[in-house]
Design a protein around this ligand. Structure first.
Ligand SMILES: O=C([O-])C(=O)C[C@H](O)[C@@H](O)C(=O)[O-]
Length: 304
């Protein structure tokens, strides 16, 4: 089957909210494919524009390349053709390029390139890194700007010029001046995805700035709330966005901010609270404490 054209993928993704599903583990921390598939099938029943397998919320950073391939194949097998499926590319350049090739072989529709690990990197090096991954695949590639891979507007412009299949920038930094410069320089050549932890928090102001859409981790366990929030953002309904921020998102952040790595752990706790169970998180992440889970469950009951 021919892969989705990068331009078509960009168009599809820009239409709606983006889902970043958790990766399900059993009690021994092995990938639980049956539960994962069941979850994805449920996620795809709602009106979502793309599904990013094994991203940050999906603990892609804790999976081996073989496990990532299995997770991506499970996602494509379960929801491919219904919702665009994007696969992660992680680690150093050779590993990320190999994962981009594997993603295409697995039938994914696009690639999300996560930051390489450990080392600091200058802009010239990042240009070579991203370009090597783009060359490795015909799929559309979205680059995630965060941590040790933060792309300046000059770099984004150079990358967009050099790589026709680079379709998007996911922003995990939230620097308004930098984002303004990037949009002012690169404009609609790329799509822009708001990708800060609990992206709902920033969705309204970033939309004004030119950011196309955003990723939602809470979509995993309160999909109805997440979609209604998205609709309020899209219609620039400021009063409704703030009502929902106060009702759920801001109290949720108070729990999330009690532990490092909780931005992901709290999503699995949220799934437990709605009876769907993603299983434990893998180290180096840790689970929420019991009282935090109870607090979260009470908060979720208010909006379910
Ligand atoms: O890689 C990831 O999972 C993300 O950064 C996306 C999340 O959905 C993030 O935007 C969030 O926590 O809402």
């Amino acid at each position: 089957m021919n892969p989705m054209h990068p331009d078509d993928l960009a168009r599809r993704l820009s239409l709606g909210l983006l889902s970043f599903p958790v990766t399900h583990f059993d009690a021994d921390l092995a990938f639980d494919e049956d539960r994962y598939r069941e979850h994805l099938s449920w996620q795809a029943e709602h009106d979502v524009a793309g599904l990013f397998a094994a991203g940050g919320t999906g603990e892609g950073f804790s999976l081996t390349p073989e496990e990532i391939d299995r997770v991506v194949r499970a996602a494509v097998g379960e929801v491919g053709g219904r919702v665009p499926v994007l696969a992660p590319a992680t680690g150093g350049t050779a590993a990320a390029a190999a994962q981009a090739r594997a993603a295409q072989e697995a039938g994914a529709d696009g690639v999300l390139l996560l930051p390489p690990y450990l080392t600091e990197a200058g802009q010239e090096g990042l240009i070579e890194h991203v370009s090597a991954v783009c060359r490795a695949t015909d799929l559309g590639v979205i680059v995630y700007s965060r941590a040790n891979a933060v792309y300046t507007h000059h770099t984004v412009a150079a990358l967009a010029e050099r790589n026709p299949n680079l379709i998007g920038l996911k922003d995990g930094v939230g620097d308004i001046e930098a984002m303004t410069r990037t949009y002012a320089t690169v404009g609609d050549r790329l799509i822009y995805i708001g990708g800060l932890p609990t992206a709902e928090t920033f969705a309204l102001p970033l939309t004004e700035l030119g950011v196309t859409t955003y990723s939602s981790a809470m979509y995993n366990f309160v999909p109805g709330f997440a979609l209604e929030f998205f609709a309020a953002v899209r219609s620039r309904d400021r009063a409704e966005v703030y009502r929902r921020l106060n009702e759920f998102v801001l109290p949720y952040l108070e729990i999330r901010d009690r532990g490092r790595g909780y931005a992901v752990s709290i999503v699995k706790a949220g799934l437990d609270a709605v009876g769907r169970h993603g299983g434990p998180v893998r180290p180096p992440l840790t689970a929420l404490a019991e009282d935090e889970c109870a607090e979260l469950a009470a908060l979720i009951r208010k909006v379910s």
